[in-house]
Design a protein around this ligand. Structure first.
Ligand SMILES: [Cu+2]
Length: 431
């Protein structure tokens, strides 16, 4: 009798680390973003706008740097460092020409500062700790004041110990509206901030020292299916501002069902003559790409980073490839004596991972998630949806798209195969 080789055993044990968690009923069918059109205001799905008061003509804001627990998706909370308790921090909204005063209080255990990324301002307001200002010590409140002298989409983040502070969630978007809008009127104006974390399954503290291996990929601090979809009506002009403050990765963001143009970057508008049609835009670390398009056919259109590991949730991959590996029938039982809860997986690919019942640590999220309207839904991580409808309901959520009869891919019939000269049995699921 021959048992599995040591190599096979190691490969199979490696496979046991593949999925971080058991599947949960993670449904995402509805959108809770405002369905009214945006007129001069931006919508940050899953986020908020930083409130202000006006004092003698100056807009006054207050940011508080502090630790807080942040929920990435149902089942996964992280011990983050935040602005005002949120990941990302509240979106700062202003209008071109506004004089703004920002009080920044530090409730962190170490010094911090705020850099207003892409904003043109006096050097001493630039927020680089040690270079343009003294660090803000724990317990202190500093004040910044400057004029937003041009419209656009900018970012804010600490410029002291960025590895730890950005790596634990400290970042936010700044949207400065033009005093006199130019170009076509925009019906929907969304702002998204991309970020990534390394959170070992079962842990809550992201590892800010991680240089390359990120397993929690987020849009406005949420991973699919926790991301709130965007909505639009067919024919409406849609703007999506996409910033990226991931520590290490650029993200190629792909929108299904539409062709868009990049109309602005962190540096300002792109002249119409220089715009090219795109379906994917690379948003590099520390930059912004603002895209515009006209909402097209009704449907639930996915929008996601196209890097395959970035459209998944937590997984371990310090393991050999299992696709095509032969697993002896008694291997699982034998290994479970050594590794309680062991399961072989991945020998036929990963498509069914989300359906598998795996023992899982508390506070972790399945690698791939569902359910969708057609059963298991194979996306996670840096994924959201654009829900386009001919007419949006006046109120309430927007559920899954109700496809017109005859417009959904399905199993081919034997008659169809024969009539079109395809030599192939109907096979599984055939009619
Ligand atoms: Cu990515």
């Amino acid at each position: 009798m021959t048992g599995p080789s040591r190599r096979e055993v190691l490969a199979a044990v490696g496979g046991a680390t593949l999925v971080g968690a058991a599947p949960r009923a993670l449904a995402q069918a509805t959108s809770s973003v405002p369905q009214a059109r945006s007129r001069g205001r931006v919508v940050t799905p899953d986020g908020v706008t930083l409130p202000w008061r006006t004092v003698n003509g100056v807009k006054v804001f207050h940011l508080i740097a502090a630790p807080a627990v942040h929920e990435v998706v149902d089942g996964l909370k992280i011990n983050a460092w935040t602005y005002n308790g949120r990941v990302p921090g509240p979106t700062i909204e202003a209008t071109e020409g506004d004089r703004c005063r920002f009080y920044v209080s530090n409730d962190l255990p170490e010094p911090t500062s705020v850099h207003w990324h892409g904003v043109l301002l006096p050097n001493g307001m630039d927020g680089v700790g040690g270079l343009t200002q003294p660090p803000i010590p724990p317990g202190a409140t500093f004040v910044y004041e400057f004029v937003f002298d041009r419209a656009g989409t900018f970012l804010y983040h600490p410029h002291i110990d960025e590895m730890t502070q950005v790596g634990l969630g400290m970042m936010g978007l700044i949207v400065v509206h033009p005093r006199r809008p130019v170009g076509p009127r925009v019906d929907r104006d969304y702002a998204l901030l991309l970020a990534e974390f390394m959170v070992p399954a079962g842990m809550a503290r992201p590892e800010p020292q991680e240089p390359s291996d990120f397993n929690v990929l987020t849009i406005n601090g949420r991973s699919y299916p926790g991301t709130t979809p965007m909505v639009a009506e067919t024919g409406e002009r849609v703007r999506i501002r996409i910033g990226n403050l991931s520590p290490m990765d650029h993200h190629p963001i792909h929108l299904h069902g539409h062709v868009f143009e990049v109309v602005a970057t962190n540096g300002g508008p792109v002249s119409p003559a220089a715009r090219v049609p795109e379906t994917t835009v690379l948003v590099s670390v520390g930059d912004v790409r603002t895209i515009e398009f006209v909402a097209g056919d009704p449907g639930d259109w996915a929008m996601h980073c196209h890097m395959t590991h970035h459209m998944m949730n937590q997984m371990g991959h310090a393991r050999p490839a299992m696709v095509g590996a032969h697993v002896p029938p008694d291997l699982e039982a034998r290994l479970q004596r050594l590794v309680p809860g062991y399961m072989s997986m991945g020998t036929a690919g990963m498509a069914d991972m989300g359906e598998m019942k795996m023992p899982a640590p508390e506070n972790s999220v399945p690698m791939k998630v569902g359910p969708g309207p057609f059963g298991h839904f194979d996306l996670g991580g840096m994924t959201t949806l654009l829900k386009v409808r001919a007419r949006l309901p006046a109120q309430g959520g927007v559920g899954w798209y109700d496809h017109p009869p005859g417009t959904v891919a399905r199993a081919a019939t034997a008659e169809e195969l024969r009539a079109d000269g395809i030599e192939r049995d109907v096979g599984g699921g055939g009619a």
